[in-house]
Design a protein around this ligand. Sequence first.
Ligand code: PMP
Length: 387
Amino acid sequence: EGPVCECNTCYGGPDCSHFFPDCFADADGGDPLFLEPFWMQHAASSALLVAGWHRMSYSYSDQSSMSEELERHIRKLHAIVGNAATDGRYIVFGAGSTQLLNAAVRALSPENSSSPARVVASIPFYPVYELQTDIFRSVDFNFQGDTSLWKNNSDTGTEIIEFVTTPNNPDGQLNKGVLHGPNVKAIHDHAYYWPHFTAIPAPAHGDLMIFTLSKFTGHAGSRFGWAIIKDEVIYQRMLTFLQLNTMGVSRDTQLRTLKLLKVVLAGGGRDLFEFGHETMRKRWEKLNKVISMSKRFSLQKIAPKYCIYFQKIRGVSPAYGWLKCEKEEDKNCFAVLQTAANITGRQGSVFYAEDRYVRLSLIRRQDDFDLLLQKLNELITGEEGPK
Ligand code: PMP
């Protein structure tokens, strides 16, 4: 049998050759399939075959050293990329970084205190921070919105947990924590702190850092993330939660992650990061070119920086375009793109920003990106008046 054809939204028929002109370009969603061609090129070396009798045990009774080997590979990866300090720090695994986000909130919250920790983030921020904190409502913590509300309040004695996303989803900025003081703890979400998406100016060295396989190799469905933790007590608290929540991370997932890491590390990461960065850089360049012809739309500005991994300043390459509708009347930029150009992005309000903004995903498959570009081009070349 030949390969099964997965048509995108604009094509149909048995071989995906039938074009639907009224179709929508899908720029929603953060599925990182831009890395699929890399894994096609490395199909054999990354393949895994597991016999039915293999690795049946719970992880706590599995005598093999697979988890230790995986942890060693993660430390090696960070040493090669230079994106995080791991020496003298603890590492825990999670079911994606999503599980670790809440494990971290719990571990940093006081126990049985009369004042629950305030969990905050800087707008625009990844909405799961709030949604997850709310759904796991607890007497120990609750979500309290934008950091700016607490800038002058960080000495009230109540613990504050600040989510710091570097680079940020949706706007790609290398955010730093904005709240400081003895009662402020940060959760550094480094989902996108890889050379595909940003220059790596220095190793991250936060007390609690979270990484994920999802945006690094693109295997979002495997659900693997890890946290790098400085403080032993916090590490133990996270471990206890993860043990009670899912009794550790799937051994199948750990095995697959290890296999993928071995492929990445074989060439010192060069193959993957060159491919990842070049793909994202080209997409950003093309998007910028189109948007720069428009008076109606603008994109975020990201300053190029020296990257210690590539040892040079390289082109900017964010995971998302954070598009702004500049006209006073275009208050709902999502609707503007939907109705005028058949483009589905994600509303600014999802990230607690104005709906004058819309996020465009640049990490999907190439055909999704090409369609997005084509539709933007049509819309912008049709703009009236002097450019
Ligand atoms: N943090 C950020 C900033 C993200 O954008 C995402 C995924 N979109 C995640 C965490 C969660 O990723 P995962 O659970 O797949 O590791």
